[in-house]
Design a protein around this ligand. Structure first.
Ligand SMILES: Cc1cc2nc3c(=O)[nH]c(=O)nc-3n(C[C@H](O)[C@H](O)[C@H](O)COP(=O)(O)OP(=O)(O)OC[C@H]3O[C@@H](n4cnc5c(N)ncnc54)[C@H](O)[C@@H]3O)c2cc1C
Length: 327
């Protein structure tokens, strides 16, 4: 069975199994139908299959968005892991609930959002998460409160290898009912100024427009969004680099550490728009690796290795893939 993935690789799994409810997942487990090796995936928008997967690929189709509590200020919503993330954002925006709008149009499902701690335009999904409901491979249910999820930049407890057998079934979110926006990131304010009023709908539209102008559409050019994480470097190394490259963009993290955009470093190494066989660095956004057509996972890994080696040689900085490699 072909595995869906936004790189557009032609990869297959020995078995691709879907379930519609927690009960159905529990039944599959109880009947011993989930044997090793297995992989739980969402839409495959952050996965790089290096080859065919010789095991069971699991996928949740658990749907539903249900209000579980609300008052004049806030609302709590329980969302099925299989709900498309952007459908949930649209649902919140339509109802005048604040918090998710900057995360508009991020591909993938709600379950994966909590695994990945997705983020964009100054907001991370952890800012909205209350708890994450799970079932493990032994059929045991557990709800992880947000402070147990070890959230950090594109990281969570659920990304750890030992959590591979923990499946997210529902995510509980909290949204605000009082007007509150995050606007100080990138060109949001500039673009908003073109609209007569600032409201949730215009902000969502602005985010969608910015994203569409910058990121390639996976249906046209296979990709998995930002391929690399932005490295966070010790301040001493940052000072040395800034002396050498005075125009280097950067974001303060804390007193000891500074974040440098990986895309800028890749661009400085001359990779923007360059191809290595059928895989290439996108010509508008150096952080994105694309499948020009017919590429395999191995082609993209070769490109990734070459890009990482260049950045290490020029800047002395290691950059790490954000994309999950599946061997
Ligand atoms: C064009 C494009 C733009 C993007 N922009 C952004 C962006 O702005 N910000 C950002 O953060 N990301 C971005 N991404 C990456 C991607 O959208 C996110 O990582 C997203 O959360 C992946 O969702 P998915 O459903 O496709 O998960 P998958 O890629 O299928 O899986 C991701 C991980 O989650 C695990 N997983 C998925 N579902 C479950 C579950 N129910 N239980 C347990 N584990 C599970 C998988 O095992 C895997 O480790 C972009 C990707 C693309 C293609």
């Amino acid at each position: 069975m072909r595995i869906p993935n936004t790189f557009g690789f032609d990869v297959k799994a020995a078995l691709y199994a879907e379930y519609d409810s927690v009960e159905e997942l529990e039944k599959m487990i109880a009947e011993g139908r989930i044997t090793s090796p297995f992989l739980h995936m969402g839409c495959g928008s952050n996965l790089l299959f290096v080859k065919d997967y010789d095991g069971i690929v699991l996928h949740s189709r658990i749907g539903g968005m249900e209000v579980t509590a609300e008052d004049d200020e806030q609302v709590c919503v329980r969302v099925g892991a299989g709900v498309i993330w952007d459908d949930f954002v649209a649902y919140c925006v339509e109802r005048g609930w604040y918090g998710a709008e900057n995360l508009s149009l991020i591909p993938g499902e709600t379950g994966a959002s909590a695994v990945q701690n997705i983020g964009a335009y100054g907001v991370e999904v952890k800012d909205l998460i209350l708890s994450v409901e799970t079932v493990n491979i032994r059929g045991e249910k557990r709800i992880y409160q947000k402070d147990e999820c070890e959230y950090a930049y594109r990281k969570s407890l659920f990304k750890k290898p030992e959590m591979k057998s923990v499946f997210v079934t529902y995510v509980n979110f909290i949204l605000g009912k009082k007007e509150c926006y995050t606007l100080d990131y990138g060109t949001i304010r500039q673009e908003l100024a073109k609209h007569p009023a600032v409201n949730l709908a215009t902000l969502r539209q602005v985010i969608i427009d910015i994203r569409n102008s910058k990121l390639p559409d996976p249906k046209v050019l296979g990709n998995a969004g930002s391929f690399f994480m932005n490295p966070i470097v010790p301040r001493a190394l940052f000072e040395r680099l800034l002396h050498q490259y005075p125009s280097m963009p950067h974001y303060e993290v804390d007193a000891d550490r500074v974040k440098i955009p990986a895309g800028w470093m890749i661009d400085q190494c001359g990779w923007k728009g360059k191809a290595l066989g059928p895989a290439a660095v996108h010509d508008k956004q150096a952080l994105v690796l694309v499948n020009l057509g017919g590429a395999t996972g191995k082609d993209v890994v070769a490109l990734s290795d070459a890009v990482r080696a260049s950045v290490k040689e020029k800047f002395g900085v290691e950059i790490w893939p954000e994309v999950n490699f599946i061997e």
